[in-house]
Design a protein around this ligand. Structure first.
Ligand code: FAD
Ligand code: 2HG
Ligand code: ZN
Length: 468
């Protein structure tokens, strides 16, 4: 049920819980919470509530449940699938004020963080104890730990540490009726029933509001070597990626930018990549960024592995100092910004089995053009874990036709891939979830949803198709 016109009694009750400064209903202010990072998904909300801790979150949920008001939980609002904004008039529960970092537990290499702590703040906090967070991504200064668990975020180090679910050693959350469930001891061996942290990871705000997370941390790997490798074909890049995975024990990231995306990002930055040719115009060519990280200098290990690729690689540049490494990373980290500056893309974040990856990269531009001849596909992603980000811009940066999403995601499913690697389903891919999930699985999902949120108040338009 949407919030519609909110009753003055409810506003008074919410104000009593979080304070007047944190119950927002001025449309000029709430509008900022109703549009997503991509600008593709925009709605409206009559009410934004900003609790400051778990007890306030629980009391707010109790009040909203009593009034049958649906809620969209929101962290940094960097999600890319339209799951973090109120598209059907829901209230918004902004979690950013839950930004407490508890002292790092150095004996356990774990830390308990408020859901609203940003990834950048978590990284700085862990680094003070010589530890690091296992997941890293370019939206680090805005994305929150709660949002990252809710989406099971992936990013650039999944090949070494796994995605966000693998980092969760404990969780605290508020259920739809205001009940608090808390399991934060962080015991590495703990088989005392269902793992609610795993269940909430990737639940996209549909099963509970995450308020605190106990994160596993990892030893820092301060010595780094980064290579930018240019290839003539996607198939060569895929073969090289497999070889690097097999031979570089300290491999920390293995990212790809394909032809047309490299053209765009390099124009955006005003710099051409130091290796490879930009002659291919809208297609062809592929670049890999391979980063090794260790306690002692990994450059010999990476250098030897790159040298062994000489029948595949066209050219290579290796950087060791932070500034030079950052100049190579810029060609990958700025692709999303470059696309956003060019228009409002459809974002199709997919994984392919390793054996079908090159075929997909070569085949998908034709699939896109068959669905919308004027659409422009841009491909990049986390090649080390088979994750390709297919972004599609319409003519002149406008939105491409809706058929494009369906065609690309069907192609992914035909090749045995996943239609969502790391961004989630949100509202963007609701109608394609059946491509990857059977009716029996969707029925099980619905049963879990009904058990934890019987009134359907938590992000009711996200993840699960309404008829599932
Ligand atoms: P939001 O966008 O606010 O919310 C995302 C979802 O989680 C929504 O469904 C929301 O309802 C739910 N949610 C948020 N907080 C809570 C909570 N406390 N409890 C319950 N549900 C909650 N993603 C990747 O996986 N890998 C990448 O490499 C990556 N790179 C990115 C780069 C850029 C430039 C941008 C803009 C985005 C990128 N993303 C990436 C996407 C995004 O950063 C992640 O999905 C991130 O996890 C979202 O975190 P957030 O705090 O912004 O969540
Ligand atoms: C990345 O890997 C993010 O850079 C964003 O997941 C991907 O913009 C995208 O489609
Ligand atoms: Zn990504």
């Amino acid at each position: 049920m949407s919030a519609g016109v909110v009753d003055a009694g409810l506003i008074g009750e919410l104000t009593g819980i979080v304070g007047a400064a944190h119950v927002l209903h001025d449309p000029e202010i709430t509008a900022g919470y109703a549009v997503d990072w991509t600008r593709r998904f925009a709605g409206a909300t009559p009410l934004v509530i900003r609790p400051g801790d778990t007890a306030q979150t629980a009391a707010v949920m109790g009040a909203l449940a009593g009034a049958h008001i649906a809620v969209v939980p929101q962290g940094g609002n960097t999600g890319l699938v339209g799951g973090s904004v109120p598209l059907a008039g829901e209230a918004v529960l902004s979690m950013r004020r839950l930004n407490d970092c508890e002292p790092t537990d150095e004996l356990a290499s774990q830390v308990t963080l408020g859901a609203g702590v940003t990834l950048g703040e978590a990284q700085a906090h862990a680094a003070a104890s010589g530890l690091s967070v296992g997941v890293d991504l370019a939206a680090r200064d805005s994305a929150t730990i709660g949002g990252m668990v809710a989406t099971n975020a992936g990013g650039i180090n999944v090949l070494r540490y796994g995605a966000m679910r693998a980092q969760v050693a404990g969780i605290e959350a508020v259920l739809a009726d205001g009940t608090v469930v808390s399991h934060l001891a962080g015991l590495e061996k703990d088989n005392t029933g269902y793992d609610l942290g795993s269940l909430l990871a990737g639940s996209e705000g549909t099963l509970g509001i995450i308020t605190r997370v106990r994160l596993r941390l990892h030893p820092t790997q301060p010595e780094r070597a980064t290579a930018l490798l240019a290839f003539a074909t996607a198939a060569d890049a895929v073969s090289a990626a497999a070889a690097l995975r097999r031979s570089v024990a300290s491999l920390h990231a293995l990212e790809a930018v394909f032809g047309s995306a490299m053209t765009l990002v390099s124009r955006h930055l005003g710099v051409v990549p130091p290796v490879g040719s930009m002659d291919h115009g809208t297609g062809g060519g592929a670049w890999l960024i391979a980063e090794a990280a260790a306690r002692s200098d990994p450059s010999d290990e990476l250098g030897a592995a790159v040298a062994a690729l000489d029948d595949l690689v066209v050219d290579a540049a290796v950087a060791l100092d932070p500034a030079a490494r950052q100049r190579l990373w810029a060609f990958r980290e700025n692709v999303t910004e470059a696309i956003s500056a060019a228009g409002i893309p459809h974002k199709l974040d997919v994984t392919l089995p390793a054996a079908r990856l090159a075929e997909f990269v070569d085949g998908v531009p034709e699939v896109v053009r068959a669905a919308d001849p004027a659409a422009q596909p841009l491909l990049f992603g986390h090649l080390g874990d088979g994750n390709v980000h297919v972004n599609v811009l319409g003519p002149g940066g406008a939105e491409p036709a809706g058929e494009v999403d369906e065609a690309v995601l069907r192609y992914v499913a035909e090749l045995g891939g996943s239609i969502s690697a790391e961004h989630g389903i949100g509202t963007a891919k609701l109608s394609q979830l059946h491509l990857n999930r059977t009716e029996a699985e969707l029925a099980a999902f619905s049963a879990i949803k009904r058990a934890l949120d019987p009134a359907g108040l938590l992000n009711p338009n996200v993840l699960l198709p309404p008829n599932a």
